[in-house]
Write a protein that binds this ligand. Sequence first.
Ligand SMILES: C[S@@+](CC[C@H](N)C(=O)[O-])C[C@H]1O[C@@H](n2cnc3c(N)ncnc32)[C@H](O)[C@@H]1O
Length: 269
Amino acid sequence: MSSEWPVPVEDFAAYYAFTPAALALRETVRLSAVRNIDLPEPILDVGCGDGLFARLAYPGRQVWGIDINPNEVRRAQASQSYRTLIVGSVCDVDLPTGFFKSAIANCSLEHVPDLPAALANIRRSMQPGAPFVLIVPTPDWSRHLAIPAALAKLGLHAIARAYGDALDKIFFHVHLHEDDWWRARLDEAGFVTDEVRPLVRRSTSWAFDMLLLPSVIGFVTKKVTGRWVLAPGLRPFSADIVRRLITAVADQIPDDDRAGEYLLLARAK
Ligand SMILES: C[S@@+](CC[C@H](N)C(=O)[O-])C[C@H]1O[C@@H](n2cnc3c(N)ncnc32)[C@H](O)[C@@H]1O
């Protein structure tokens, strides 16, 4: 079985309580990937969202969060995960110069059109030598999903592509590039990339795709209310069932060398 399985029980349950199952699965895999990377404080969390990731990844640490969406920042504030929260775009918001000893951008920079401005601002705020972790989707992440793979096998390549394109639209993906492209952008902004780790293997992608349809309700709820889940108190009753189900599915799916996401481990020059 892939190194991404079985997903940690506690992390999955913690995410599943507040997010749709599909997102909970991906975030649990990301969480496991960053847990063994030491990020010295103060940490800058770029595109921090609702703060759940920082609460689970860096409990009790001095983390600053920045997000362009005031509703997300409000939620992040309620999560008490951050020492300081900033509402604004990472491209032009004022950040203290040479202050952060590390930074993380978990699935946020692929949404930012002016990437050079974002990376330059992040670099300015960091100390030389400070580690910077980015998690971004691979260009063909959607082709690894179960439905597009099945469609492609049937020769229905156009529908498979349309399925992937629709997901990229829904998720507002602006940048979908190979790791070399990200390395080059990081280099231009004053970072050196030490390592690229593949994340979200085929088994995880397929399990994610299986969970997408039942997760649609969560995506609608988020649009309407700003929250993924309306009754987190009820979620523990189904968390184990869902986790066991997707584990059984993932067990049947052999991984290959493709990945749905890259984790780039860079450092400020
Ligand atoms: C997919 S979410 C990831 C949230 C969080 N990192 C997590 O792991 O849960 C992407 C986040 O990036 C934020 N974002 C997008 N463009 C941004 C920008 N220019 N500056 C700051 N945040 C941005 C969005 O508002 C959103 O909360």
